[in-house]
Write a protein that binds this ligand. Structure first.
Ligand code: 9MR
Length: 366
């Protein structure tokens, strides 16, 4: 738990002005702090050489002006939440659908933002026709075509690409803890190295990332990831960075010690550490909004501090910006009638909340 005094201390000189925000206009213990008067996270992060940003949806950027304004104010880097994935970008074999991805990139560039690409090779978001192609021997060509077409289209405009996503699943019982995905079944373990090599050829200036979840978890998952990274590096795979999704659960605390160990070890391997999908699932916390917001704040803070104990992440992205559009609140993602989750920096009304403050304090405190 952090006290209001600690909050104020964390805000430093920026909060010398008297609090002018009505008590009910901000949730939880941030009440009374004039969060709205502080600079956007993009600016605060940039002062420390960090890009802060969020996953965005193109349809919302064009139809919700409050969301669009908040994205412009807070974000120095964007990632398309879905638009660059296999199924949205190539729903049918002959039907490439680049519109939303193109528009997201154009929006970012028009607003002076960088872009991450997410994601080229993933077991999920695969259309049935692609699964059938993989199952019938067309995997090598499909992998190459996907990377060359999508990455090639945006060559020179994407700072970092998640070349592969969620490739490990130790429960599947395969060598190295690899996931028994359609890609694996079609091409064997070598598909990962192959993907990175094609990616490097396609856009040599782009940072190539292996994106995964669970680096902050207990148990053996972080070590499994690290061992696999070691193997890739030893084999000469052109990988530059590890993307840590960082979907934090309030059910358990961040395993700070192991997370710092992971980050330090990955840096020692010559890899950069990125925070790619940060948010906090508050479903295990009591109904009280203050307690939930504080719980998410505390996890976000603990997570970022554990990372920073090893290395300063140069890209920090949350998976969405406002609770209004978190994937966790999407239909089908939560029980009908259950309370809305509050995982992101801004609340449903686009107001800054404690998770925002955790990021602000982290960036200013570095
Ligand atoms: O937030 C995304 C949701 O809208 C999609 O339906 C889903 C499937 O494509 O993917 C979600 O994003 C995931 C991301 O691509 C990879 N890490 C986990 C994210 C949340 O599930």
């Amino acid at each position: 738990m952090i006290s209001r005094r600690q909050c104020l201390a964390g805000l430093g000189a920026a909060i010398l002005a008297p609090a002018i925000v009505a008590r009910d206009s901000l949730p939880g213990y941030a009440q009374g702090l004039d969060l709205a008067a502080l600079p956007g996270l993009r600016e605060t992060a940039a002062r420390k050489g960090i890009l802060y940003g969020a996953a965005v949806r193109g349809d919302l950027l064009s139809r919700d002006p409050a969301y669009r304004a908040a994205v412009v104010k807070e974000c120095g880097i964007l990632v398309a939440e879905n638009a660059m994935k296999f199924k949205p970008i190539r729903p049918t074999e002959k039907g490439w659908a680049f519109d939303e991805a193109d528009a997201t990139l154009a929006f970012a560039e028009a607003n002076g933002m960088k872009v991450r690409g997410h994601t080229l090779i993933w077991h999920a978001a695969l259309p049935d026709w692609a699964k059938a192609t993989l199952a019938s021997g067309g995997g090598a060509a499909l992998l190459e075509q996907q990377i060359r077409t999508v990455m090639g289209r945006y060559r020179g405009r994407v700072l970092a690409w998640d070349v592969v996503n969620e490739i490990l699943e130790p429960k599947d019982g395969l060598i190295d803890g690899l996931r028994k995905s359609d890609w694996y079944l079609a091409l064997g373990p070598g598909y990962i190295d192959r993907a990175f090599r094609i990616a490097r050829e396609t856009d040599p200036g782009c940072q190539l990332v292996y994106n995964e979840w669970g680096h902050e978890s207990y148990g053996t998952r972080p070590e499994t990831i690290l061992r696999y990274l070691e193997k890739l590096k030893k084999g000469g795979t052109p990988i530059d960075a590890v993307g840590m999704q960082s979907h934090l659960h309030t059910r358990w605390n961040v395993n700070a010690r192991q997370l710092s160990w992971f980050c330090k070890s990955a840096v020692d391997l010559g890899l950069e550490i990125l925070v790619t999908e940060l948010d906090g699932d508050d479903s295990e916390l009591p109904d009280d909004i203050q307690a939930r917001d504080q719980g998410v704040h505390d996890r976000v803070r603990a997570f970022l501090e554990a990372v920073a104990a090893a290395t300063v992440p140069r890209q920090v992205l949350t998976w969405g910006l406002s609770d209004r559009y978190s994937f966790m609140n999407a239909p089908g993602r939560r029980e009908p009638g259950s309370r809305a989750k509050r995982p992101l920096p801004l609340d449903e009304a686009m107001r800054r909340k404690p998770a925002w403050l955790a990021l602000h304090n982290f960036f200013t405190g570095l």
